[in-house]
Design a binder for this molecule. Structure first.
Ligand code: HEC
Ligand code: HEC
Length: 77
């Protein structure tokens, strides 16, 4: 009897962890690069960080991946 309680507890935990991963993945999609005046022409990550670096006009959030190869993840709108 005790064994099946443990199995049930494990399954509930596993479902919660998987659900959390799916939820995070669906709610933290990488946004497109807007097609506005700020974004025409700029291709150099250093230029992007001039506005999106820490303390700049529009810094990336604290949960942003620690990776500065912007175009590996963000496509143009
Ligand atoms: C001159 C300042 C400036 C530069 C340079 C700039 N951005 Fe932005 N970026 C902004 C501002 C302001 C916004 C928010 C307003 C908007 O959506 O246009 C924004 C929005 C974004 C968004 C969408 C964020 C969201 O929440 O939807 C992405 C992605 C982005 N920028 C990526 C880049 C990349 C990659 C580069 C380099 C190629 C770059 N930006 C260069 C100012 C800049
Ligand atoms: C490894 C993939 C990856 C790389 C490389 C990357 N980003 Fe992102 N970016 C994301 C994801 C994922 C999100 C959504 C984060 C969230 O919703 O929590 C995001 C969100 C953003 C946002 C919206 C604000 C925020 O923090 O949620 C901006 C602006 C942005 N990125 C700019 C950039 C710029 C500029 C670079 C290059 C210097 C860059 N990103 C490189 C994956 C990436």
């Amino acid at each position: 009897m005790e064994g099946s309680v443990r199995v049930a507890a494990f399954l509930v935990l596993a479902a919660a962890v998987l659900g959390g991963i799916v939820y995070y993945t669906l709610t933290h999609q990488r946004p497109l690069i807007p097609a506005d005046a700020d974004h025409v022409g700029s291709r150099d990550p250093a230029q992007c960080l001039g506005c999106h670096g820490p303390g700049r006009k529009r810094p990336r959030g604290p949960n942003h991946p620690l990776n500065d190869q912007c175009f590996n993840c963000h496509e143009r709108a």
